[in-house]
Design a protein. Structure first.
Length: 292
């Protein structure tokens, strides 16, 4: 019989501890919360599972696989996000390898010397950890743990010990709380400060930071930038905070304050990626900045 509950009552961190201590194998699935209109014994609204939000797999107490339903978790997207493939290479590979498994595609990429085996393992491991650290910040959602269910054999599985993951995740939860208080609303945009050339001169940014910078425009919200770069809310908050503290971007506050501003911002929310034309214009600026 599967273990079921809600991470509101039994957190992701507690679930990881349970799996680690009992050395269990199986699949953890977290769902969207759908209100039932009833109350539980603690007088909290009862929730039933909706659409899948995330899947995490374990083998004998080790983390081996994790994915978010609203992100591209394929090998090409993971390598592109890590900067191992350019946008042009990633788009071409996605078009040509639509029905190719990640394992088969990995062999092709290694054979063609696009990447090494170590590159693939490192990128997949980091993607799994990013997903887990994100899940550890969730405070609501029905879950189900099914013993002995494993991911598709065509997925590339990377075993990861849970002890350090749990410790690092706990540290990041505190960090996320600080980031959320600083950047409460993701439906605001970013802009460059005055004299951006001077600000960027001699600055060395990570791949993720350059990708975010390339989308900076008053027309693009932070949420849209995250979606375009396949980033979670936690990842985009961390990158934007770092760029802001370095004086490289400025968060454009919504007009007005309080609930009215939040309502206006929410009404303008769009799940579409930022316009490609805007990205091309800004990329020209970025290339100039890089050459300084």
């Amino acid at each position: 019989m599967p273990l079921q509950g809600n991470i509101r009552d039994f957190s992701t961190t507690q679930l990881l501890n349970l799996v680690n201590l009992s050395k269990r194998s199986g699949m953890l699935t977290i769902f969207e919360s759908v209100p039932t209109g009833e109350k539980d014994a603690m007088d909290n609204p009862k929730m039933k599972p909706g659409a899948e939000r995330a899947k995490v797999a374990f083998n004998k107490g080790k983390l081996i696989f994790a994915e978010l339903s609203d992100q591209d978790n394929g090998l090409v997207a993971v390598l592109n996000k890590a900067g191992k493939l350019t946008d042009k290479q990633a788009n071409a590979l996605k078009a040509r390898a639509q029905n190719t498994s990640d394992k088969a595609l990995a062999m092709r990429l290694i054979g063609a010397k696009y990447v090494t085996q170590n590159d693939i393992v490192a990128c997949i491991k980091q993607n799994i950890l990013d997903v887990i650290y994100n899940l550890m910040t969730w405070s609501e959602g029905p879950f189900r743990f099914d013993d002995d269910i494993q991911p598709d054999k065509q997925n590339i599985l990377v075993p990861i010990d849970l002890e350090n993951v749990i410790i690092e995740g706990a540290r990041r939860i505190k960090e996320v709380e600080q980031l959320k208080s600083h950047i409460e609303n993701l439906d605001v945009s970013l802009k460059f400060p005055e004299n951006p050339k001077e600000k960027f001169k001699g600055v060395h940014l990570s791949v993720e930071e350059w990708k975010v910078v390339s989308y900076v425009s008053p027309k693009n919200t932070i949420r849209q930038i995250a979606k375009a770069n396949n980033m979670s809310e936690m990842e985009i908050r961390r990158v934007v905070y770092g760029l802001e503290q370095a004086g490289l971007v400025v968060v454009v506050k919504p007009r007005g304050t309080g609930a009215a501003a939040a309502k206006r911002s929410g009404s303008r929310r769009s799940k579409k990626a930022p316009p490609v034309a805007d990205k091309k214009v800004v990329n020209k600026l970025i290339e100039k900045l890089k050459s300084l």
